[in-house]
Design a protein around this ligand. Sequence first.
Ligand SMILES: [Zn+2]
Ligand SMILES: [Zn+2]
Length: 456
Amino acid sequence: MKFTALGGAGEVGANSYHLEVDGTGILLDAGVHPKRYGMESLPLLEALRRKEIHAILISHCHIDHLGALPVILKYFPTQRIFMTGPSFPISMRMLHNTVTVMERLKEEKGVSEYPFYTHQEIDMISNLFQAMEYGKPFRIPSMNGYHREELEGVFLDAGHILGSAGALIRGKEGTVFYTGDTCRHDQTVIKGAIYPKEKIDLLILENTLCSSVEAERKKRGNEIQRLAAEIRRVITRGGTVLIPTFALGRTQEILSILDRLKKRDRIPDVPILVSGMGKVFSKIYDRFALQTRRKDPELLFKNIQTQSLNSKNSLTRRSFKKPGIIVATSGMLSEKTPANQLTYGMLENPKHGIFFVGYLDEDTPGFQLLNTPPGKEVTIDSSLPPRKKVCDVLTFRFSAHSHRKEILQIVEELAPKKVILVHGEKGSVGWTAEMIREMDSGVDVIIPETGKEITL
Ligand SMILES: [Zn+2]
Ligand SMILES: [Zn+2]
């Protein structure tokens, strides 16, 4: 077997991995780097020179796993792209939205190579997508098409967002399990991940939270109580709460938490505003409510009262006139997003609160803002003058990733011969490597480098 990271080695970046099993080339995910622009945001396509891709497996539809797919297909007109049933409609919406974002960034940030692909091209590639059922084996074709000795693939629920999956690949050379983004514990909407029961030769393991002691210690229930208390405080003083989130996954988790808190009178009954893409994905969550593993299969987002946050009210003071809660993208406050623009309007008013609920990558405006002392100036949009941080800026832990103890439990349970550590900053990956070596279980730990082929 051979493995090459094209991105996602020592970082949470443009996650994409080339795997060769029994001579068949498989691409695991095709993401773009969430905080880079233009060519810089793509996986290292050069590392694919002289390699073949017979099939592409997409673990889930966050942009750091999906955004480069149409670009890669231009160079490798692969016949088959496998994903789960729910991921199919989500991927279409996500890619079309990415075109819109790229077109906007071309204008606003002058990224000349954008858009990498068009709406039309997405429609054209959609017939290559194959939606597979969770737990049901499928054949992965090789260059000569299907024949008896093909590899077998199976998607197992990864518990991260709707449609997320770990990919199990069975071949003659060995059995590989790629976790994708994986969450071992239950969230509010989605149940925790399922892992393979069989012997694994190679585990490709995500490490997002492995440098965080806090993620491991913070209890979900306590975080929900703390969030409720802080929301009450802001609303009572007449302010607005902004919760910057990813539109896919985190928005739905937060909406279900807010709904429950409202029903139990833990927070005041104020309007909840949600940005457009969040609403789009909530609809898809509803569509698959009975077909996917849910904590509460009866929870439907269409029954949670929300208002649309559109571009008309997002930039004006209208959104802040009356107390309310706004759930808007992006989770890390990337420039030119609704959450970033809203934050700019809220920062200097002590009434308001900005509450982060997810992972913040260093060098993102969200990270900058959180780590600026109160009263000091902070730049959250490089094209605008800095503003003073006056309003409350807090962070809460509602992770959709396994914390580091859970990551080690996965290694212990699966007891693979080899583990490749990906999707984590160097500190995260280093921590996991050290802990696995200390376990003294004979698991061979590999830390990959971008573009370097590893023979296994
Ligand atoms: Zn993800
Ligand atoms: Zn990811």
